[in-house]
Design a binder for this molecule. Structure first.
Ligand SMILES: [Zn+2]
Length: 182
């Protein structure tokens, strides 16, 4: 990534964290998620001339009619305003096990849906910074590139999972046979 973007991110890091925490608080006040699980996100975006911070909150209603992630809302707001290059994504929330990869990290990472959304959007590059911050202690942070996040949660393909299940069933079967073959 261009060094000027990295310098701007370093300059705005605390502002990004504050904006994401404010978004988190707004989500909590609005009870935006019926499950009581809130996420605040801020992104540092660039339009070719200027940088700007955009925010988003997660939303989910009881019937599942609305399900929006904070990250996708924040990036959507940036795109709407013509800020098409995402320099950094800051996510604030409580930890939970990743629904796609099963990975449990010390901070809340963007979910599988958001990782797919970001992969499909050209404004997020492999070098986009993903800063994840704990709401109970904002000093606990992880900083990855988007590529590192994807690799970290890179689960096997269904084909691989299926063939590993088959071979595990087969080895259990062989074990069973060996027990009764005396
Ligand atoms: Zn998500």
């Amino acid at each position: 990534m261009d060094i000027k973007h990295i310098l701007e991110y370093q300059r705005q890091e605390e502002m990004l964290v504050k904006a994401a925490i404010l978004a988190y608080v707004a989500a909590e006040l609005a009870k935006s998620n019926y499950r009581g699980f809130y996420v605040g996100c801020s992104v540092l975006a660039y339009n070719g001339y200027y940088y700007q911070i955009f925010t988003g909150i997660n939303q989910m209603d009881e019937r599942g009619g609305i399900k929006i992630c904070a990250e996708q809302q924040a990036i959507g707001n940036a795109r709407e305003a013509g800020y098409l290059q995402i320099i950094a994504i800051t996510v604030v929330g409580n930890c939970q096990r990743d629904g796609t990869s099963g990975h449990y990290s010390i901070t809340l990472h963007p979910c599988g849906g958001c990782r797919r959304y970001c992969s499909a959007f050209s404004g997020v590059s492999s070098e986009t910074i993903v800063l994840t911050v704990r709401i109970d202690n904002p000093k606990i942070r992880e900083e990855h590139t988007f590529q590192q996040i994807v690799l970290l949660h890179n689960v096997k393909t269904w084909k691989e999972i299926f063939s590993s299940r088959i071979s595990s069933v087969y080895s259990q079967f062989k074990l069973l046979i060996s027990r009764y073959s005396y």
